[in-house]
Ligand binder design. Structure first.
Ligand SMILES: Nc1ncnc2c1ncn2[C@@H]1O[C@H](COP(=O)(O)OP(=O)(O)O)[C@@H](O)[C@H]1O
Ligand SMILES: [Mg+2]
Length: 324
């Protein structure tokens, strides 16, 4: 397998009034051809910053401190904006978190589809566009595409809007879909339908996917591999099966406890107690040490490296000796 996307040593900060906020620190992440890779972590861990870096849609106060984002072997971060705009929305597409704000409220679905196809594929003829749109809406499980094309966003449910956006996202036959919390704004019953649709699209369209989620349950049911992010760093990665059955990092263990507890207690989740560190004033030791039930002296003083073994990695002193 060859990597569609290889993020190498990526570090991103935001300029803020209180100083530099280190949102992403030395992140490595690979996505192989046709793979679904999950980036999991609680809110504020830097997931959206990674997604926005891949698409090069970071806000103006973001600073790329270091790193490369290789897409099909070419560094996106070095590219002229003109070349990047041929990749963004064509070879790499996004499935947004909030389908309601991603669609234009004053245009019907047909017009939005046709605007996108005109801009990204040079298709100007209305009949041809309608034909393509009907086919794509069928492919995302919309039973009556002709009727849906005539509707405005407010006439569609959240799940239907997300289906429309997924149809638009696959219209350019992208190699990579970046889905940043694609189900978190939807009702629980609709969430699994949209997740199933994304899995189906991965299989049928043969594309790769970066699925970003704070919900380990979503990652478990969808991904080939998982990267766990905490306070801007990758703290663990591996196959979904290995990460779920034999988690290594105390933070991953806490996340899994939490996910299973929420099944048992029907939605009442126990948060990992404590708060993540301040990203403007980071501790010198392990970033998880203040919340870690396993922490010892060294954890507060020194920063653990990411120890890599095959596709598995973990950033924790408990495993440093084992790798020597
Ligand atoms: N434009 C911005 N300016 C300053 N800080 C930001 C900005 N965007 C995000 N952040 C901060 O960067 C950190 C990572 O945010 P984000 O990438 O959105 O995380 P996640 O998607 O995991 O919730 C958070 O502390 C967040 O407050
Ligand atoms: Mg986010």
């Amino acid at each position: 397998m060859s990597a569609i996307l290889a993020i190498e040593s990526l570090s991103i900060a935001y300029q803020t009034e209180k100083g530099l906020l280190r949102a992403v620190d030395n992140v490595d992440l690979r996505i192989e051809d046709r793979e679904i890779v999950c980036l999991v972590g609680e809110s504020g861990s830097g997931k959206t910053t990674v997604a926005n870096t891949i698409l090069r849609i970071l806000p103006p106060n973001a600073i790329i401190l270091d790193g490369r984002v290789l897409f099909e072997g070419v560094d996106l971060l070095n590219m002229e904006e003109e070349d990047m705009s041929k990749i963004r929305g064509r070879k790499i597409n996004i499935v947004p978190q909030n389908p309601s704000t991603a669609l234009n409220p004053i245009l019907n679905i047909e017009t939005q589809f046709c605007e996108f196809l005109k801009h990204k594929k040079g298709i100007r003829e209305r009949d041809r566009c309608r034909e393509i749109a009907i086919d794509l809406l069928g492919r995302v499980g919309i039973a009556d595409p002709e009727r849906v094309l005539k509707l405005y966003p407010h006439q569609l449910s959240g799940g239907m809007k997300q289906r429309v956006l997924i149809a638009i996202a696959i219209s350019t036959s992208p190699r990579l879909l970046v889905a940043d919390e694609p189900t978190s704004m939807l009702d629980a019953t609709i969430q699994s339908q949209i997740l199933d649709l994304l899995l189906d699209i991965n299989r049928r369209e043969g594309l790769s996917m970066l699925l970003i989620t704070h919900d380990l349950g979503v990652a478990m049911s969808a991904c080939n591999r998982i990267y766990v992010m905490y306070a801007g760093e990758i703290v663990e990665s591996g196959s979904t099966e290995r990460v779920i059955s034999k988690p290594l990092h105390p933070y991953t263990i806490a996340l899994i406890d939490n996910a299973f507890l929420s099944f048992k207690s029907q939605g009442i989740k126990r948060a990992v107690s404590g708060e993540p560190p301040n990203l403007i004033d980071l501790p010198s030791g392990c970033r998880f040490s203040s919340r870690c039930p396993m922490a010892f002296d060294k954890c507060v003083k020194e920063r653990p490296n990411l120890v890599q073994r095959g596709i598995d990695s973990v950033r924790c002193f408990l495993y440093h000796d084992a790798s020597a």
